[in-house]
Ligand binder design. Structure first.
Ligand SMILES: C[S@@+](CC[C@H](N)C(=O)[O-])C[C@H]1O[C@@H](n2cnc3c(N)ncnc32)[C@H](O)[C@@H]1O
Length: 236
């Protein structure tokens, strides 16, 4: 028996993450940097993203000249499925790890119209009227001041531009194994509809987009309904 067989080699998690496009090095500081390393190894996640892409395609009249933002794009499992149907997708994420995985995927797949952007999103990230569609999938429960972000989305949308919000309905905190970085245990879609209306969105519509079934550590199987809400920026 060789000496090496006495050791279990730990899966290495780098402490620093290099952003390939900018050359900047970021400290691996959020849960998603670490999670990015095997994000796509969970088939249920990839499957869920496929459903989200199909739901967006079904509900929004996508067009080849559309400028799109994917807020909290992760490894791009939604964006890569919509890319051939729109003009450009700016894929925004605050995790260097997630952006790195997406960049590798884009190089391998030769998709040219997804522009990954590592940013802590704020009012200076984009100008007014920059996007015809902004969508966000399973990211809002990690965002503290969602009303502030929704107001920024409104500003950054072109008149008659579309917003699509996809996230979990209220849950009891059991969805994530570790709730670090989870700010909301889901949302009440009715309340979100009300907030969108207050901000000025019109044509607000919501429905269940998908139901994620998870087996909890206790062995119990649970259903987590995921809503889709759409709204449109008014013309004026
Ligand atoms: C649960 S993942 C969802 C990924 C992807 N949307 C999907 O459905 O496959 C949430 C993503 O939101 C990103 N995120 C969290 N807070 C963010 C913020 N303030 N700005 C941009 N991205 C953020 C995380 O880094 C992570 O990639």
């Amino acid at each position: 028996m060789s000496v090496h067989s006495y050791y279990t080699v730990p899966e290495t998690v780098p402490e620093f993450v290099l952003n390939n496009s900018t050359g900047q090095v970021f400290m691996q500081e959020n849960r998603f940097d670490k999670a990015s390393l095997n994000w796509d190894d969970v088939p249920e996640r990839v499957e869920m993203a496929k459903h989200f892409a199909t739901a967006i395609e079904d509900i929004i009249p996508l067009a080849s000249n559309m400028q799109v933002m994917d807020f909290g794009c992760g490894t791009g499992n939604v964006a890569t499925r919509l890319a051939s149907l729109v003009g450009t997708i700016t894929a925004v994420d605050s995790s260097a790890g997630m952006i790195n995985v997406l960049e590798k995927k884009l190089t391998e797949s030769k998709i040219k119209n997804i522009k990954p952007l590592l940013t802590e999103f704020n009012e200076d990230s984009f100008q007014k009227d920059s996007f015809d569609l902004i969508y966000t999938c399973m990211t809002f429960h990690h965002i503290d001041n969602i009303e502030h972000v929704l107001r920024l989305f409104y500003k950054m949308l072109t008149p008659c531009g579309y917003l699509v919000l996809i996230d979990m309905e209220k849950e009891d905190g059991s969805f994530h194994d570790d709730n670090t970085g989870v700010v909301h245990f889901g949302f009440d879609p009715e309340l979100l509809n009300y907030t969108l209306d207050e901000i000025g969105f019109t044509d607000i519509y919501s429905r269940t987009a998908y139901t994620r079934v998870k087996t909890l550590p206790s062995g119990i199987s649970r259903e987590y309904p995921i809503f889709l809400i759409t709204g449109m920026k008014s013309i004026a």
